[in-house]
Write a protein that binds this ligand. Structure first.
Ligand code: NDP
Length: 497
């Protein structure tokens, strides 16, 4: 067990508070990964000052050069992939196959944004006046505050930091208190790649202290936040008053529709992965399964057998398919929803914390399924963020689409059908930021836009290239008039006809 530090101005430094918090393995709470800084606003001030000082040098560094450094970070992550994946599983519980995927996503993101340093396209258009040209360039914004959750503790910080940096911003990163180690390892990669001091800063500590101080700081001009809708609303209100750019990636209540004509075996595979991958702790997790009546009973029968057979246990053991929840508070929150669910539907599988034998020291919960859930039930409407699936029955596609859209969130959706007309109708009518056909609601690729509608965010998209640079850059429009005379745009010189 070690004592970890913040990274400010290119140095690893202890927090001003001189306080720390333990980071525990959720599969075995007696296993402490390390003590991490319980920083406060004073540490944020130092980090923002370092980022501000580094900004001019960094924004003047040619973008292709900035991109090269991000590519180098990607190479370091590639070399350390297995080590980081194991550390991540120990820190937040998901199984090794998934943490390897999380690191790989960071590597892929480095490839996308590292090469974007050679594009960062603006555009040109013909001027309305003779002997005049205009074009646009993307300019960085300044110091970016990045606040991240624990469920993708490497991928999400890379989704934010790589494009922010390639665009020429400097950053202050605050990772979730449950996963400080994964961000520590990422920042080690930045350090080894040779980014100039102050370009990347890392401050550990609580959301209410460090996160809030970042949001409030007048020198932080853009905030990118992934987390709960409740915290997103607070951040948006605070940052809105200061006219800061804010990108919010928030919660989800994603659903999969399975039509009578679907390949049921494929749908069962999809829902198992969508609902119970990452122990249901994904913003894109499938938490509602909407079944057309003709296949309802058969689909439930097939699914229950498979859910009951899922291998649960510590993620570091390769044979396990479902790891623990992130912490005890999450076990309690999930259990509370299961108590509510018992009154709202029929519990057909799971429904309790796992507390004996191999599960004794950890935060495990049995994969849980409810049938007979009405669209008005709380377990059909509220984000549970755990291994709980609510099954609803509908008579046809129209009812299925209405039911799927009937939620405050709008992140991801899915339909299983072999009928092309139904598939295209769903693509058109589903109100989510991501729509899958014959695939579960999870599994975003980093070069496509990621994000959702309604309470899932505030209209921005991260991921992809064009969308995320809308978050991290300002447009600058440049005109050059080489006519040698005063030409007046916006003046109507046309004679009346
Ligand atoms: P939280 O909103 O509680 O935390 C997210 C981050 O915000 C953490 O770093 C947290 O710090 C910090 N934070 C907490 N309070 C504040 C505050 N007042 N000001 C600034 N920062 C703050 O979410 P969870 O960690 O519980 O993550 C789960 C949620 O994230 C789910 O709702 C899920 O849907 C959503 N999510 C969304 C994704 C998306 O892309 N749409 C992807 C992944 C998750 P600390 O850890 O110290 O509390």
């Amino acid at each position: 067990m070690g004592t970890f530090k913040n990274f400010i101005g290119g140095k690893w430094v202890a927090p001003r508070t001189k306080k720390s918090f333990p980071n525990r393995n959720p599969a075995d709470l007696t296993d402490i990964i390390g003590e991490f800084p319980a920083s406060d606003g004073r540490d944020v001030d130092l980090a923002v000052a370092a980022a501000k000082e580094a900004y001019d040098g960094w924004r003047r560094t040619p973008a292709p050069k900035r991109g090269e450094l991000i590519l180098k970070v990607g190479q370091i992550l590639t070399r350390r992939k297995e080590e980081i994946a194991r550390a991540m599983t120990r820190e937040m519980g998901k199984v090794l196959k998934e943490t390897r995927g999380d690191v790989q996503e960071g590597i892929d993101t480095a490839v996308v944004h590292g090469s974007e340093g050679r594009r960062l396209h603006g555009f040109s258009a013909p001027s309305e006046l003779p002997n005049k040209v205009g074009w646009t360039v993307r300019s960085p914004i300044g110091v970016a505050g990045l606040i991240t959750p624990w469920n993708f503790p490497l991928a999400i910080p890379t989704w934010k930091s790589f494009p922010a940096l390639v665009a020429g911003n400097t950053i202050v990163l605050k990772p979730a208190s449950d996963t400080p180690h994964s961000s520590h390892l990422l920042v080690e990669a930045f350090e080894e790649a040779g980014l100039p001091p102050g370009v990347v800063n890392l401050v550990h500590g609580s959301g209410s202290s460090v996160g809030n101080a970042i949001v409030q700081h007048s020198d932080v001009r853009v905030i990118s936040f992934t987390g709960s809708t409740a915290v997103g609303r607070e951040i948006s209100a605070t940052a809105g008053k200061a006219l800061k750019r804010v990108s919010l990636e928030l919660g989800g209540k994603n659903a999969m529709i399975v039509m009578d004509d679907a390949d049921l075996e494929l749908a069962v595979e999809g829902v198992l992965w969508g609902a119970f991958g990452t122990t249901g702790q994904r913003c894109t997790a499938t938490s509602r399964l909407i079944l057309q009546k003709g296949i309802h009973d058969e689909m439930v029968r097939r699914l229950i057998g498979r859910v009951a057979a899922l291998k649960i246990g510590p993620g570091l053991e390769e044979e396990n398919e479902v790891g623990p929840l992130i912490n005890k508070a999450r076990v309690e929150a999930v259990d509370e929803y299961v108590r509510i669910g018992r009154k709202e539907g029929e519990l057909v599988c799971g429904g309790e914390p796992l507390t004996t034998g191999v599960f004794k020291k950890g935060c495990f919960y049995a994969p849980t399924v409810f049938t007979g859930v009405k669209p008005t039930a709380r377990i059909a409407r509220e984000e549970i963020f755990g291994p709980v699936l609510s099954i609803l029955a509908v008579k046809d596609l129209d009812e299925g689409i209405r039911c799927l859209n009937d939620t405050a969130y709008g992140l991801s959706s899915s339909i299983y059908t072999r009928d092309v007309n139904r598939a295209f109708t769903a693509m058109q009518e589903l109100e989510t930021g991501i729509v899958y056909v014959n695939a579960p609601t999870i599994g975003a690729e980093c070069h496509y836009p990621f994000g959702g509608t309604k309470d899932t965010g505030n209209g921005h998209r991260e991921g992809g290239t064009y969308p995320v640079y809308e978050v991290f850059t300002e447009w600058k429009t440049i005109y050059v008039d080489y006519s040698g005379s005063l030409q007046k745009a916006q003046i109507d010189n046309r004679k009346n006809e």
